[in-house]
Design a protein around this ligand. Structure first.
Ligand code: ATP
Ligand code: MG
Length: 334
């Protein structure tokens, strides 16, 4: 029995989570779900965006599904707190083409592995006389573990190439260390081709020849930027899933936020959340079930059953129900 914590959160987070659970429920999974609160509504109720009780539940779970939360300036970010508390050092962003979602390319299947704990995001900024300075923190330990994750992921998923992205010609020390550690780790994976690219070149290649990439591993800020660029290649926010992974824990969430503008209308695209559940299933070694959901999703999209953001006219609930029906149909044939 696996314990799954479910944090629907705010706005469309709640709607896409309900949709995703409806789909998951069609599979005979040995999951026990536990609901927990976080986000802005939670803050209004308890004066805390991420209560101790939620952190405790997540720490005790096998995996966590996270919808989306509204982060109001001045309130603590729930997801950043969780990433830190659980030392979730990997941000995983698969980039895969789906039928009928208006992506710029078809046939894409690569993944961006972004380091999630250091770089310019450590918040070491200070004002100087005339301006300000931000410090970039890069450690060998963090570089090594993110690169090792990338190569292991390549092996697990049947990828044959891993590309490191950096700017070591300018950031000689910090990115120099990243590149060095990357090639040190690569030596343990002789079956995988290791190569490296400057980030500016990669920004261009993602548009010019994105089919050439399989696993891309990079530091925090470059990963942040490139993964949004990559999401646009395959249809944008409504269809982009992600995972935050540590040594033991994983939190699986759509890339989009709580989108208050469209909340409560039952028009949010549940695809990103549903694909996030497939990442969770793979993480829990349930590959077969993950593949079944992907198949059911693709069939549904091909039929034109989709939400308005990708040119459809169906509601969140109708899309989820259609995927569920498809899943029930195909799971008995597999
Ligand atoms: P937050 O402050 O929580 O990030 P936001 O308004 O910035 O909220 P995002 O999720 O970042 O919301 O999305 C920006 C816009 O993209 C939304 O207003 C919405 O139009 C669109 N969008 C995002 N996710 C979805 C989705 N799942 N389905 C449909 N449209 C979406
Ligand atoms: Mg946003």
């Amino acid at each position: 029995m696996k314990k799954i914590v479910v944090i629907p959160g705010d706005g469309i987070g709640k709607e896409v989570m309900e949709a995703a659970l409806l789909v998951l429920d069609a599979l005979d999974l040995d999951f026990e779900y536990e609901f927990a609160e976080a986000g802005h509504e939670c803050f209004q109720k308890y004066g805390d965006t991420i209560p101790e009780e939620t952190i405790r539940l997540v720490k005790g779970a096998d995996a966590t599904l996270f919808g989306a939360v509204t982060t109001v300036p001045g309130e603590k970010s729930a997801i950043i707190t969780l990433r830190r508390e659980l030392d979730l050092f990997v941000n995983l962003r698969p980039v895969r083409s789906l039928p009928g979602v208006g992506g710029l390319f078809s046939g894409l299947d690569f993944v961006i592995v972004r380091e999630n704990t250091e770089d310019l995001y450590v918040g070491l900024e200070e004002y100087t006389g005339d301006g300000a300075v931000a410090k970039r923190v890069i450690t060998r330990r963090a570089c090594k573990r993110i690169c090792k994750f990338a190569f292991d992921y390549a092996v697990d998923e049947g990828f044959e190439r891993v590309a490191a992205v950096h700017k070591a010609n300018v950031l000689k020390k910090t990115d120099g260390i990243f590149r060095e550690e990357f090639y040190k780790v690569a030596r343990n994976y002789p079956g995988i081709k290791a190569e490296d690219f400057y980030v500016d070149a990669m920004a261009m290649y993602l548009i010019k020849k994105p089919r050439e990439f399989e696993v891309i591993v990079t530091t925090n800020m470059f990963g942040d930027i490139l993964s949004d660029e990559a999401a646009a290649l395959v249809g944008g926010l409504g269809v982009a899933p992600s995972a935050n992974i540590g040594k033991k824990h994983g939190i699986f969430e759509p890339v989009h936020g709580s989108a208050p503008k469209i909340a409560g209308k039952n028009i949010a695209n549940p695809t990103a959340m549903i694909l996030s559940t497939t990442l969770m299933l793979k993480h829990l070694k349930k590959k077969k079930e993950a593949t079944l959901i992907e198949k059911a999703l693709k069939k549904t999209l091909k039929k034109g059953i989709k939400t308005p953001d990708i040119g459809g006219k169906h509601t969140t609930t109708q899309v989820a129900q259609a995927i569920r029906d498809e899943l029930i149909k195909i799971k008995d044939h597999d």
